[in-house]
Ligand binder design. Structure first.
Ligand SMILES: [Zn+2]
Length: 280
């Protein structure tokens, strides 16, 4: 696992076991706040040890940015902390959390000890959390997932954007228009760093460019998939839509972005086909 010091009080941990997913630790004199956990217990345990070392006051809150397994499976390792999430994260976990965890355990023995924890403290549009002279503004930022939130660490000028910002935006079971709106929110903030859900930390000079290219990418794949559907071409025609022609590199996350891109195209194809059938 990699650890990066973003500011004096903000540390980001990046998994080397799963898709460079990130967890953030915010240190305050009144305790630590963790934003997202890592999927494999052996890595989240290191995050916990680090936070306890730096924070004699203990770990107060764990914020879950959305219900996806790679961000939440470590939350059981912080039993003393209050879990915070969007209302829909709680509802989704209550509905399908136990079943998907059982499935994941069947496929991945390293998850055997994971227990599902359900957030009790939930919000709708935004929530202001104050602890030890830090202000953490949690805001609903749907698109990647309907329940996605971002955490703005105001004094540190850091945005923990989670999967709103990744090397290639992923919209499967999400909504591209909503994601573009959430991305635009970021440009209005005066930020030094953005912590991506996967792939590490962006510096000030990279933020606008990454946000703009993500919005451009979403517009580009929508246009290209729409053309294929309108021409009545089969799904196999999606293979012609090149990730780089839509302004994103195929290299990050060890090449995983290429698979995310394919998944986006498949998802959009289904959505647009349904739309045009409904209109006909
Ligand atoms: Zn996700």
């Amino acid at each position: 696992m990699l650890r990066e010091r973003v500011t004096e009080d903000v540390y980001v941990f990046i998994s080397q076991l799963y898709a460079e997913v990130s967890a953030t630790v915010v240190i305050t004199p009144e305790g630590a706040v963790i934003v997202d956990t890592l999927p494999f217990p052996q890595e989240t345990r290191q995050v916990r040890e680090f936070a306890l070392e730096r924070c004699p006051a203990g770990i107060r809150y764990v914020i879950l940015t959305h219900h996806h397994a790679d961000h939440i499976y470590g939350s059981y390792l912080f039993p003393e902390a209050e879990l915070i999430s969007h209302r829909m994260t709680r509802e989704t976990l209550l509905k399908v959390g136990a079943e998907s965890l059982a499935q994941a355990k069947g496929q991945t023995p390293a998850l055997a000890s994971v227990e599902l924890r359900i957030p009790q403290l939930v919000f709708e549009t935004d929530l202001l959390l104050r602890l030890g002279e830090k202000t953490i503004h949690l805001m609903h930022a749907p698109g990647h997932a309907p329940d996605a939130i971002m955490a703005h660490l105001r004094e540190d000028k850091v945005l923990v954007a989670s999967d709103v910002v990744t090397p290639v935006p992923l919209i499967v079971r999400g909504n591209a228009e909503e994601l573009s709106r959430s991305l635009r929110l970021i440009k209005a903030l005066n930020l030094e760093n953005v912590v991506q859900g996967h792939g590490g930390v962006l510096l000030r000079g990279e933020i606008d460019e990454t946000v703009d290219s993500s919005i451009g990418y979403l517009r580009c794949i929508d246009r290209k998939v729409r053309t294929i559907v309108e021409r009545g071409q089969p799904r196999s025609a999606l293979a012609e839509i090149d990730i780089e022609a839509c302004g994103k590199s195929r290299i990050p996350l060890g090449g995983l972005v290429q698979r995310l891109h394919q998944a986006n195209l498949e998802f959009l194809y289904g959505e647009i086909q349904q739309e045009s059938q409904a209109a006909a």
